[in-house]
Structure formats: structure tokens, C-alpha cells
Write a protein that binds this ligand. Structure first.
Ligand SMILES: Cc1cc2nc3c(=O)[nH]c(=O)nc-3n(C[C@H](O)[C@H](O)[C@H](O)COP(=O)(O)OP(=O)(O)OC[C@H]3O[C@@H](n4cnc5c(N)ncnc54)[C@H](O)[C@@H]3O)c2cc1C
Length: 312
């Protein structure tokens, strides 16, 4: 018996068995129970948990298969993380076409949740940049999926939550970047009305757009738009190594009181109207503190995400 956790640390689910998949050429293990892949477990909900079934741990499927630095086409096993891809591709002038707010997710997880990023208004979801993948079905069948081969299986697997089979490898089109830096524009807003005005002005003009909103402070916040920067004499340094949250507090450290205090400091912190930033802290602010999810205590937390229209 093994127990598995989502990133929110609730629910805690007992899986009958788990199996580490380490070789993309091997058949799936024989099983009577339902199979489900589990990457780096960064999903908040229960999509990577498989109560009473067999959990296929994919992180050891970690080989790069091919990379063409001329075209930016990368083929890698599904347990390769976005962090691994950045380490390989960024020094060669390529970056992820779409990236979620953490780089510690696997390629397979990014495909299965069809993740979105700060350039959603321009680039769409991760799946728009997947050229091909291999699907290993629980009946042993292997399907090469692309726009021309099994396109229906490809469509069902992008955002398919692992329910169509095990993705063994993914072929992805990266985007060309000239530097590891971004030119950012920041605007503070006092309420959501102001947010929408700034978004109308800046959103469409920039490749990336994101806002932090203080939901306890009447919808005030900070809007940041960004674009990849051209080479300059003085480039921003990469961020310092991440720190780690090391304890398991018995109760949540995140409550109305601490959140209000944090939000006040965060909103008031000095923010330059514009400037250069290394791309890592822009895309992955939360990766600066590893295992921050433990802050919520043993009972864990739920995260709720939704899409809101500008007007009622
Ligand atoms: C700090 C933080 C910020 C985030 N920001 C964003 C964001 O901005 N945008 C966004 O879209 N998401 C975001 N997420 C969510 C995260 O990007 C997704 O949950 C992602 O799918 C996690 O990948 P994983 O490798 O951890 O997959 P897991 O959580 O392990 O699994 C996710 C799903 O993928 C399936 N899966 C995994 N590997 C395979 C495989 N090889 N074959 C078939 N199915 C597979 C699993 O069965 C499961 O259904 C964020 C998460 C965190 C913790």
C-alpha cells in the first residue's frame, strides 16, 4: 500500500500499488486495477491520485530524445521536468512556449492538464505547441499521435488528465528568445475597475500579463506585463538558490490575520514602473520557496480557480 498526495495535501489517497516507470520501451506492468500516471504531483486537486488503483510514477522517464537547436523542436520522455528543459534550452536561446507558475512539473503532467501560462491571450495552452506524442494504452497498444496520426487521440490526451493512457514521450516546439531576461512594466491598481482599465491598455500589447490581486483588500493589486528582452550590456542575474520550508506545522500558518499582514506588505513593497528582470522569478515566484505547501499545515488546502467575465 502506498499513499499519494496532491500539491494541496488533501485528499490523502491510498493507492493499492505504485510502480516506477523507468523505460519508455517497456510494456506496462500487468494489472487488474485501473492505472494512472503521476508526474511531479503539482496538481492541487485529486487528478494525479488513483484510489485503489495502480499509480505509475513517471519521474524516472527523464531522458531527452532529440533537440534541434536550429528549429527549437524538442523530443523528450514524459517525466522530464520543465526545469530540465529550461536548463537545456535556455543557454541555446530557446524557451518554453507556455509555462505554468512552477517549473517543477513534468512534460506528461503539462500535457495531461493542458496547462496555461501568462501568455494565454497570445499563445493559448501548452497543447497548442505539442507536435506529437506517444500514448501507451492499458491494452498494450502504442499510438503515435500528431496532427496527422491519430489526431483524435491527440486531442483527447491534451487536457485528458491521464485518462487516455500513459504518455511516454512528447515532441514540443520551443520559442526563440535572445536573452534570459524580460522587460517588465508594473502598475499598481486600487480596485478591479482600475485593473480592467490597465488590462485593456497593456494586456494585448505585451506577450505576458499577470496580476496579483488582494482579495482581502477590496481588489487592489499589482499588474505586470512583460516581453522577452533584447541583448543589453548589463543583464539581470539569475535568482539565488531556492530556500525550503522545512517543517510540518500542526495547523495552517495561513489565516485571515497573517494573510492581511502579508498582503499589506506585498502591496506596499517598492515596485519599479518598468525594468529588466531575469525570467525565472517572473515566471516562477513561488519556486523561490520549495515545499511552501507545507505552510498550510497537516490538513492541507484547496485551491479554487475560475474565469470571470469583465462585466456582469
Ligand atoms: C506553484 C504552482 C503554480 C501553478 N501554476 C499553474 C499555472 O499557472 N497554470 C496551470 O495551468 N497550472 C498551474 N499549476 C498546476 C500544474 O501546472 C499542473 O497541475 C501540472 O499538470 C502538474 O504537473 P505534474 O507533472 O506535477 O503532474 P501531476 O500533478 O503528477 O499529474 C497531473 C495530471 O497529469 C497526468 N499525467 C502526469 N504524467 C502523465 C503521463 N506521463 N501520461 C499521462 N498522464 C500523465 C496525471 O494522471 C494527472 O491527471 C501550478 C501548480 C503549482 C504547484
Amino acid at each position: 500500500m502506498t499513499s499519494a498526495l496532491s500539491w494541496g495535501r488533501t485528499p490523502r489517497v491510498e493507492s493499492a500499488r505504485e510502480c516506477w516507470v523507468a523505460d519508455r520501451f517497456q510494456p506496462l506492468p500487468p494489472a487488474n486495477e485501473p492505472l494512472l500516471a503521476h508526474g511531479l504531483g503539482r496538481s492541487y486537486g485529486d487528478v494525479a491520485l488513483n484510489e485503489g488503483g495502480l499509480l505509475l510514477r513517471t519521474r524516472h522517464l527523464d531522458r531527452f530524445i532529440a533537440f534541434d537547436p536550429g528549429t527549437g523542436v524538442l523530443r523528450a520522455e514524459a517525466g522530464v521536468s520543465l526545469d530540465d528543459i529550461i536548463a537545456l534550452a535556455l543557454p541555446q536561446g530557446w524557451f518554453l512556449p507556455v509555462t505554468p507558475g512552477t517549473r517543477f512539473v513534468t512534460l506528461g503532467g503539462a500535457v495531461a492538464n493542458d496547462v496555461h501560462g501568462k501568455n494565454h491571450h497570445r499563445a493559448g495552452t501548452f497543447g497548442h505547441h505539442v507536435r506529437a506524442l506517444e500514448l501507451l494504452r492499458s491494452d498494450g497498444q502504442r499510438l503515435h499521435c500528431s496532427a496527422t496520426d491519430h489526431p483524435d487521440w491527440l486531442a483527447a490526451t491534451l487536457g485528458g488528465l491521464g485518462l487516455t493512457g500513459l504518455i511516454t514521450w512528447v515532441e514540443l516546439q520551443l520559442v526563440r528568445v535572445r536573452t534570459p531576461a524580460l522587460w517588465t512594466v508594473n502598475r499598481r491598481f486600487r480596485n478591479l475597475e482600475e485593473y480592467w482599465q490597465i488590462d485593456a491598455e497593456l494586456g494585448a500589447r505585451h506577450e505576458y500579463a499577470v496580476a496579483w490581486v488582494d482579495c482581502l483588500g477590496g481588489g487592489r493589486g499589482i499588474y505586470t506585463a512583460a516581453d522577452h528582452a533584447a541583448p543589453m550590456k548589463k543583464m539581470p542575474p539569475p535568482p539565488p538558490s531556492a530556500r525550503q520550508f522545512r517543517t510540518d506545522p500542526p495547523f495552517s500558518l495561513v489565516n485571515g490575520l497573517t494573510l492581511r499582514a502579508f498582503n499589506q506588505l506585498y502591496y506596499r513593497r517598492p515596485v519599479a514602473a518598468q525594468g529588466l528582470s531575469h525570467l525565472l522569478p517572473f515566471f516562477y515566484p513561488l519556486d523561490g520557496l520549495l515545499q511552501w505547501n507545507r505552510m498550510y499545515g497537516r490538513r492541507g488546502f484547496f485551491q479554487y480557480q475560475c474565469v470571470l467575465p469583465p462585466r456582469r
